[in-house]
Design a protein around this ligand. Sequence first.
Ligand SMILES: [Zn+2]
Length: 385
Amino acid sequence: MFICSSLGGWSRQQGPLKMAEEESQFEEFEQIDFLRDRHVRFFQRTLQVLPERYASLETTRLTIIFFALSGLDVLDALDVVDKNIMIEWIYSLQVLPTEDQANLSRCGFRGSSHIGIPYSTKGPGVLHPYDSGHVAMTYTGLCSLLILGDDLSRVNKQACLAGLRALQLEDGSFYAVPEGSENDIRFIYCAASICYMLDDWSGMDIQKAIEYIRGSLSYDSGFGQGAGRESHGGWTYCAIASLCLMGRLEEALSQRELDRIRRWCIMRQQSGFHGRPNKPVDTCYSFWVGATLELLDVFQYTNFDKNRSFILSTQDRLVGGFAKWPDSHPDPLHAYLGLCGLSLIGEPSLRKVHPALNITQRAFQHLQHVQQTWRDSTGSCSRQH
Ligand SMILES: [Zn+2]
């Protein structure tokens, strides 16, 4: 709805020559002007206080924190964060098993302290009828811990995996929470990321998840939220990234299917990318579709200059961050995914992003190091027995 006003301010009440001059200056201006320091401050503010209109997002605060932390990581500015305090706060959101383990199927990470469980970073957990993990919070919680340099040693892996298994439905999809919610390919992606990070796939029935993903492949070769649903850039990312994390991409999809998916994704570029045919371009799809194309090895066939110009046109020049459209309010999700979109096309001052896990390559290397220490210790344990 804000789209039509996008460039209006630049051409009001002026002759055609003047307009052309200004538009070309505008384009040149956008080519060079990436306001790094304003984005650092935007994410710093996101960690501290948010406008009132975000109040309804309180239950998913951990995900907003993830956008800010990972955004600062992409900007190579994590030194502005007090890492220890943040790590402790994230651990306080872990739903830990009670002494009798009665809540094992409800474990994972909750989004914030809204439910009133007393602050604690240690077990045993407290039984509360409405307390449970949320699969997206567990995913962003683990990512955030890795970004902050934590070694995940205080994550109760077995409880997280038990909580995850309880969320999978017979058709292979996942609920977000044990009480039931929407169930679709987004939560398969979160579950696959959690299993990948914990280096343990006992949290899901992979075969069933693959069948659900395959069933979501639409007639036009994008993926929908589930079978028979409209193709969409976000769901397509979740499908392809999940299969990549499982290491099953080429087994689950034929070469012919993969080529058609590549084509569907490439066709989503206008200037930036949109999520569906005939929809306006939107900053976040520079990551959702861009990362999918990167995972499918064809991102280089897109137009980086147009993509970059569009993303920068949504940059808020005053308060930092990116909006979904030009002349709109920036928000943490689009600010983070806009940066990730720029990182994918090699913006010089930004860290590289891991396209399947949606964290920096630096954080991913830290994960690999942590996993190696787990394997080394399991190896030495089994040698001792
Ligand atoms: Zn968007």
